[in-house]
Design a protein around this ligand. Structure first.
Ligand code: AMP
Length: 503
């Protein structure tokens, strides 16, 4: 019987003895082991009473066992709900209340604190720790290594991922088997993954980037994962010479560049470095090319849509852009008010349609309806511009747009100018209430190690490069910009911090 996503992901297995996943400490799972261990977890889930369509909510550390639990959930026909281990007990209680899972799996250290919340929603509580041990793995140990996958169709739900919620309440994005399968096929082919690839997997697996993009693109091609618990510079430097590909958020690449051991020779075995989840500055892109002779391949996507655009595998990977729409993905850039496409070079909201676009927000019917156009396009909330060659640049989230004195200021444009100045490591530009202009532009910057800043120099450098209304009226120097685990700058935190700047 067919299980749409799992069957798609495993349609091509070159050899059952081939390494599916290995870790730096010599642990390895062959494809045969992956089938067997995920069968055991699927058996355990079924024995617990999980039925197709039930939610399996999981807040655990990144381990090979946790990945097996994801596959097991698919095979058992259930819906995987991964949760960031950093979430507090209070946050998890909210998610459990919203998702109403049939089972909740957490670290043993949290079991007592969360038992009440699980019980209230009728969820069974199981544990899995950072070593891959706990009540669920013990239950799996008792199960057969064969499992008859539960049938699932293209439209059935495979996962619900709570969006990172950098603003407002987190929403559960419902992703179907087809949403994930179609994107896996597209990205794997576009980025030329084959069975010879070894992907350095350093991203978390509670987020779409690490769980879907990295894992699916590789396994659908029959490649291997070099699985690290997290991004750890020492391990990355040690492991790079044995890998062929890496996916990361921009901060990973900044941290690699800051280490002198990261050289052209060290990167010589690598076929491709892919970046996404947050903007990669042109400076970092160029510095990376200078150091390694390899251009980072930047792509753009979001939890709700999986991957939307990508720079080309062959051909120019243009710094500061996210490339072109992926095959089969409809992208248009429209004026927010009129809903009409903006002329080439203009800025508008990115809208997306295709088999990759999610099924809506879990139990938020009205919110879902608001975010789709009547012709089926999803309104991403990202603002972008297309250059004369068709390369798309993300200029920021619509809600981060600053309107100062009636003029639109796109933070990314000001940030790009700031980042280009020699003293500045990174910057974030926000708008806060201003008595005359409505909003005033505020720049928050972090300096390069050992460098100091002359404010006048910065302001005069900006005078030549930006129209007056775009120039920051205030400048703040901070040690580091606030970021979440996916490397996204928390602009809301900055807006709150500098809210009374002009009052
Ligand atoms: P998430 O749902 O956590 O993956 O976040 C998706 C959001 O991250 C998008 O809506 C964009 O705002 C941002 N994002 C992802 N990739 C890029 C990129 N390459 N450049 C700029 N922003 C990006």
């Amino acid at each position: 019987m067919s299980n749409y996503l799992f069957d798609t992901l495993t349609a091509f297995v070159p050899d059952l003895d081939k390494v599916f996943l290995k870790t730096p400490d010599e642990f390895a799972l062959s494809y045969r082991d992956m089938f067997a261990r995920s069968a055991q977890y699927a058996g355990a889930l079924q024995k617990i009473g999980i039925k197709p369509g039930d939610r399996v909510a999981v807040q655990v550390e990144k381990t090979p066992e946790a990945l097996m639990l994801y596959f097991a959930t698919l095979r058992a026909g259930a819906v995987f709900v991964p949760l960031n281990p950093a979430y507090t007990v209070a946050e998890i209680t909210t998610f459990i209340g919203d998702a109403e899972p049939a089972v909740f799996v957490c670290d043993p250290s949290r079991a007592d604190a969360l038992a009440g919340a699980a019980q209230k929603e009728g969820a069974k509580l199981h544990t899995l720790d950072g070593a891959g041990e706990g009540s669920l793995s013990a239950a799996a140990d008792q199960m057969p290594t064969e499992y008859e996958n539960r049938p699932r169709e293209a439209d059935d739900l495979a996962a619900i991922l709570y969006t990172s919620g950098t603003t407002g309440r987190s929403k559960g994005a419902m992703l179907s088997h087809e949403n994930l399968a179609s994107n896996a096929q597209t990205t794997s082919k576009y980025w030329r993954f084959t069975e010879d690839d070894v992907l350095l997997h350093v991203l978390p697996i509670f987020h779409a980037h690490g769980l879907f993009v990295a894992t699916h693109s590789l396994m659908i091609a029959g490649g291997s994962l070099l699985f690290l618990g997290k991004f750890d510079l020492e391990h990355v430097i040690e492991q790079l010479p044995t890998a062929t590909a890496m996916m990361g958020v921009p901060t990973f690449y900044t941290r690699m560049l800051a280490d002198e051991r990261f050289t052209k020779t060290l990167a010589a075995h690598m076929r491709v470095f892919i970046s996404g989840s947050a903007p990669l500055s042109a400076e970092v892109h160029n510095a990376f090319s200078d150091r390694t002779g390899q251009a980072i391949l930047e792509r753009y996507g979001m939890t709700e849509t999986s991957m939307i655009t990508s720079n080309p595998y062959e051909g120019e990977r243009r710094p500061g852009t996210v490339g072109f729409p992926l095959p089969g993905v409809g992208v248009r850039i429209v004026d927010e008010r009129t809903g009409r496409e903006v002329p080439q070079g203009g800025v508008g909201i990115v809208e997306v349609k295709g088999p990759n676009v999610f099924q809506g927000y879990w139990r938020m019917f009205e919110k879902t309806a608001q975010e789709f156009r009547t012709d089926g396009y999803f309104i991403t909330g990202d603002m972008a511009r297309v250059d004369e060659d068709g390369y798309i640049s993300i200029v920021g989230r619509a809600k981060d747009l600053i309107i100062s004195g009636g003029f639109n200021v796109y933070p990314a444009e000001v940030e790009a100018v700031l980042d280009n100045l020699p003293e500045i490591a990174e910057s974030a530009v926000i708008g806060t209430p201003h008595p005359d202009f409505g909003e005033g532009v505020v720049a928050v910057i972090a300096l390069k190690p050992g460098l100091s800043l002359n404010e006048d120099t910065i302001f005069s450098a900006l005078r030549d490069r930006l129209a007056k209304f775009k120039q920051p009226k205030k400048l703040h120097v901070v040690e580091a910009l606030p970021r979440n685990t996916m490397g996204k700058i928390q602009k809301k935190t900055l807006r709150d911090r500098y809210w009374n700047e002009f009052s």
